[in-house]
Design a protein around this ligand. Structure first.
Ligand SMILES: [Zn+2]
Length: 484
């Protein structure tokens, strides 16, 4: 069996993003692919710890907005999955079926859980007094994706949160959709430093069973978009299929309005890695880093005891702070080797402590994103969390700048072709995102190998031009890009 190489990256991110990505996730020990099960991967401790932190931040935000956790089974009975016709049509080709005794009902591994939540809503909700009901669960879902899989980006099992909500009115349900976009804004953009475009998907690209879908599109370094958390307004489609009703204020039996929201943590991790990483390796935002700080001792036989004793003192100070740190005391590796490894793994800060630091009562602090080394006094250690916040702010500003530079206005198909070749996101005039615009979208897909992603969901943009394909008066401004 081949041992994974501990060497650094051999390609530059700007020159070959795809190879860079595949090296970084393995060399930084985020994932292991050697089990060989296509689309199912092992997430190693450094990746798992980052994901735990990401889950924690996301769940806190969901709970702050009134969502409560629940744990549903991983299986869905066949009759549930097949109850809502457009949902069946969209998902059945991707379902993993379990082998069951012929007397038992067939079971599917859940691809998503509307068909479990909605029937349970009808037990849990009797009247308008029980509403709204906002629940979420974290866990894996399974999709037998026939398209090519990519670790963390597209897999047959992925780790996510799915929130499912029920409301008494259309207005409240639609307000939830807006709140979902705000949560993506607060968490994915604000905390993880990943800006996005909130896109109302064209009708032909909505979630199977939804009235409409809003996806958040994040740009990868190769210019392709990846869909991150999406939110779906189901209206009464699922509640009608499952007879999920409640008595409203006028004592009238009414169907529930439902919505769903799905941030895929493993996929967001892929965006975090791709957006912030550089040619030396990962750069974890401070708020989700598995380690905020690593201490590398520098000593020889003569001064070893003195240096380690000093580090003990520093450790005791750090233990009083809310901070994840580790002293890299491995004797068989040189300090230089350790520096490279922790830079590859994206730890935001490193303290280098040797004879000189002990003597001068100053510490050398290395900062991963800028590559700077600064001297700080022991008493300044208490500012580390503040420096961490500044660290995250720099990552955020940088990624926002990259995103802004990606969007270009295109008036002709020629301009559009060039934009796609340059890895840009094109902003164009468009006839319609309802079914009548589907033909134009098909042309774009065939001629420029790009997709109509939708219209901005959180800002009304008015078009005065003509559709870039059919030339009819444009009703919308859409964004077109290549995608994962
Ligand atoms: Zn058109």
């Amino acid at each position: 069996m081949k041992k994974q190489s501990q060497e650094g990256l051999t390609v530059k991110k700007s020159e070959n993003f795809s190879e860079w990505y595949s090296q970084i996730i393995q060399k930084a020990e985020i994932v292991d692919l050697r089990l060989g099960t296509k689309g199912f991967i092992i997430i190693r401790p450094f990746g798992a710890l980052a994901m735990e932190n990401m889950y924690g931040i996301y769940e806190k935000e969901l709970q702050r907005n009134g969502h409560k956790p629940v744990i549903m089974p991983s299986v869905i009975p066949e009759s549930n999955l097949k109850k809502e016709s457009s949902h069946v049509k969209g998902f059945t080709p991707e379902v993993f079926w379990l082998e069951t005794d012929k007397d038992d009902e067939k079971l599917a591994l859940r691809p998503t859980s509307e068909t479990v939540f909605t029937p349970m809503f009808s037990y849990w909700i009797r009247s308008h007094k029980d509403l709204p009901l906002k629940l979420y669960q974290k866990g894996s879902v399974f999709r037998y994706d026939t398209k090519s899989t990519r670790p963390l980006i597209r897999g047959r099992e992925f780790n996510w949160i799915e929130a499912h909500n029920a409301f008494a009115t259309k207005e409240e349900a639609e307000a939830q959709v807006i709140e979902d976009i705000k949560m993506t804004e607060t968490v994915m953009h604000g905390k993880f430093g990943i800006p996005f475009l909130a896109m109302k998907r064209p009708q032909w690209d909505k979630f199977a069973g939804a009235e409409y879908t809003i996806g958040s599109d994040v740009v990868m370094p190769d210019g392709k978009l990846i869909q991150q958390p999406s939110t779906h307004y189901m209206g009464q489609i699922f509640s009608r299929a499952f007879e999920a009703t409640f008595t409203d204020k006028n004592e009238k039996e009414e169907y529930l309005y439902t919505t769903a929201y799905g941030p895929a943590i493993s996929r967001i991790l892929a965006s975090v890695i791709s957006t912030h990483g550089d040619d030396k390796g990962l750069v974890f935002p401070y708020c989700i880093a598995p380690l905020n700080l690593v201490i590398v001792p520098i000593y020889n036989k003569k001064n070893k005891e003195k240096v380690l004793k000093y580090i003990d003192k520093i450790e005791n100070k750090l233990k009083l702070m809310e901070l994840k740190f580790e002293v890299d005391g491995r004797d068989d590796y040189s300090p230089g080797w350790k520096f490279n490894e922790w830079e590859l793994k994206g730890v935001p800060f490193r303290l280098e402590i040797g004879e000189r630091e002990v003597k001068n009562k100053k510490l050398t602090l290395f900062i991963r994103d800028s590559g700077e080394k600064i001297n700080i006094s022991v008493s300044e250690l208490k500012n580390l969390n503040k420096l961490g916040k500044e660290f995250d702010d720099r990552l955020l500003k940088n990624s926002e700048k990259l995103m802004r530079g990606r969007i270009v206005n295109c008036k002709t198909k020629k301009e559009l072709e060039k934009a796609m070749k340059d890895g840009k996101i094109a902003r164009v005039d468009w006839c319609s995102i309802n079914e009548e615009g589907f033909g134009c979208a098909e042309k774009i897909e065939k001629d420029v190998l790009a997709e109509v992603r939708g219209t901005l969901a959180n800002k009304k943009e008015k078009s005065k031009g003509k559709c870039i394909v059919c030339g009819k008066p444009a009703k919308e401004i859409v964004y077109i890009a290549k995608s994962y």
